[in-house]
Every structure is written in structure tokens, then in C-alpha cells.
Design a protein around this ligand. Structure first.
Ligand SMILES: Nc1ncnc2c1ncn2[C@@H]1O[C@H](COP(=O)(O)OP(=O)(O)OP(=O)(O)O)[C@@H](O)[C@H]1O
Ligand SMILES: [Mg+2]
Length: 267
């Protein structure tokens, strides 16, 4: 685990610190299954995100975290289960439609267009914006949250550092004006300083009224940041954790009850 950067806990907010969800479910996932050929990556999981809530999914490599987010976004086929947003079923296979209903995803590895400028990458986020309301984020607010987006707007995205690219990727998702932001390992490969900057921006995004579903391998940091976190191992949710859950309980669940598996991994 190692020492985590400080200042991960979001400040108090009009919606309360992350965790002060209303009882109303924004996102509900029921019995979700994702299969690649013969291999089952997600084996019937159910989870929810309340309005204004920040929820985590933690788990080891290959647990099915990305598959879960991609299935919610409609980017991979579900082989079973239901996904609803405010009670309305999200049709699989149409990420652009799901984006227009108010869900944006920051994918694992960021997926910026390296040869396009920062500004051009941000324009792509704006394309998914809904037209039925005034957007929650305009260019000024995004520039305030992510000064790099403004500072390097004419720079090719591929020339930015990993931390700067992650900020641009989140800025691009915000310009789509989501109610729900799905983030897939935003801390991956970043320095502690860059991780702290990303999480501080996420705390502000939450304060501005966006609900968050955060996938991370960094369990300790995620449990601290989110109101609730699902522990996903081997395609199944093992249990729901929160700030009071000892981190060792989470780590133990990664390895199951088999102590020899754990000592193998320690070598
Ligand atoms: N496109 C694919 N084709 C075949 N198998 C896949 C595909 N994507 C993922 N898998 C498999 O599905 C399982 C779950 O993968 P997934 O990427 O969802 O895990 P993850 O929890 O996001 O892992 P990581 O922490 O390494 O990102 C793994 O066994 C993986 O090898
Ligand atoms: Mg993944």
C-alpha cells in the first residue's frame, strides 16, 4: 500500500462530505454479467450510486472493475443484468446515448488523442453535451478546476505528463455535463503529487453536484475518499466497505482464505 498522499478527504460540501447520499438511487446495477468468449469477467453483481454520492469499487488486477464500468457505459456487451439511471433502463451498446442521459466515463489509460491538441480533445467532450439545460460546467469552471487544460490548450495532448493528461481526460468528461462521472483508475501511473491534484479536483467536482463511481486499485485511499466502496474480487462483490473498515480486511479478501496464496504473492 505504502504512504498515500495527504489531503485525500474531500472538504465538507453543500451535499455533505462524500457519503451524504440521498436515498434516491441515481444509478442501479442489478445482476450484471459480462462475458468475453467463454470467460466470465463479471458474475452477477449488483450495486448502486445515490444522488450526490461518491462510491468506490476496489479490487485486484483482473477483478472485473473496468468491465463493470464499460458495461454501465454501454461500451461492452452485457450478457445479463439491468442498468438503470433514475429508474430508466440504459440500453446496452450505445455509449453515445448513455452519455446524453448524463453519464460520462474517464477510461483506464485516459484515451486522449495524442496527436490532437488539448483544446481539440476537450471539444470532443462537449459533443456529448445535453441540450436540455444550461451546462453545470462551462469553459471557465473547467479551466479553474484544471489550469493545465487552459495553459496547454494548443499543445498536443501526447506531449503532456501523465498527471496533466489525466486532468485533461477528466476535464473532457466534465464538458459533457454529466450527473454521474465514472472514473477508471485515475491514479494509475501518477506521482503522489499528481494523484493528490486529481483527487482534490474530484472533491470539488462532487461539491458542484456530480455523483461519482470511482474504480481504483488503491484501496486505502479509495475507502477514505468514498462514502461506500464495493470490494470486487474474481467478478463478484465480496462485501461493501467504508471508512471504518480495516484495510487488512479488504486485502485479505483479495487473497481469499488461502494463506499460501498470500505468501506466494509476497515473494
Ligand atoms: N476485451 C477482453 N477480451 C477478453 N478478456 C478480457 C477483455 N477485457 C478484460 N478481459 C478479462 O476479463 C477479466 C476482468 O478484466 P477487467 O479489465 O475488467 O479487470 P480489472 O479489474 O479492470 O483489472 P485491472 O485492475 O488490471 O485494470 C480479466 O480476466 C481480463 O483478462
Ligand atoms: Mg481495469
Amino acid at each position: 500500500m505504502g504512504a498515500e498522499p495527504a489531503a485525500m478527504t474531500p472538504p465538507g460540501a453543500p451535499l455533505g462530505a462524500p457519503g451524504a447520499a440521498s436515498s434516491r438511487a441515481l444509478l442501479e446495477v442489478e445482476d450484471l454479467e459480462v462475458t468475453y468468449g467463454r470467460s466470465r469477467a463479471v458474475e452477477g453483481i449488483s450495486l448502486s450510486v445515490g444522488e450526490g454520492e461518491v462510491v468506490g469499487i476496489v479490487g485486484p488486477n483482473g477483478a472485473g472493475k473496468s468491465s463493470t464500468l464499460r458495461a454501465i457505459m454501454g461500451a461492452v456487451r452485457r450478457s445479463g443484468g439491468q442498468v438503470t439511471l433514475r429508474g430508466k433502463a440504459l440500453a446496452p451498446g450505445r455509449p453515445e446515448n448513455i452519455a446524453r442521459l448524463g453519464v460520462a466515463m474517464v477510461p483506464e489509460g485516459r484515451h486522449l488523442f495524442a496527436s490532437m491538441t488539448v483544446k481539440e480533445n476537450l471539444e470532443l467532450g462537449r459533443l456529448a453535451r445535453r441540450r436540455d439545460r444550461r451546462p453545470r460546467f462551462d469553459d471557465g469552471e473547467v479551466a479553474e478546476l484544471f489550469p493545465v487544460a487552459e495553459e496547454f490548450r494548443d499543445q498536443r495532448a501526447g506531449l503532456l505528463s501523465g498527471g496533466q493528461q489525466q486532468q485533461v481526460a477528466i476535464a473532457r468528461a466534465l464538458l459533457a455535463d454529466p450527473d454521474l462521472l465514472l472514473l477508471d483508475e485515475p491514479s494509475l501511473g501518477l506521482s503522489p503529487t499528481a494523484v493528490a491534484a486529481v483527487f482534490s479536483a474530484l472533491a470539488h467536482i462532487h461539491e458542484l453536484g456530480v455523483s461519482i463511481l470511482l474504480v481504483e486499485q488503491r484501496a486505502e485511499m479509495t475507502l477514505e475518499f468514498c462514502s461506500r466502496s464495493y470490494v470486487l474480487v474474481g467478478g463478484r462483490i465480496r462485501f461493501e466497505a467504508d471508512r471504518s473498515t480495516p484495510i487488512q480486511t479488504v486485502i485479505d479478501s483479495y487473497f481469499g482464505a488461502d494463506p499460501s496464496a498470500r505468501s506466494e504473492l509476497r515473494r
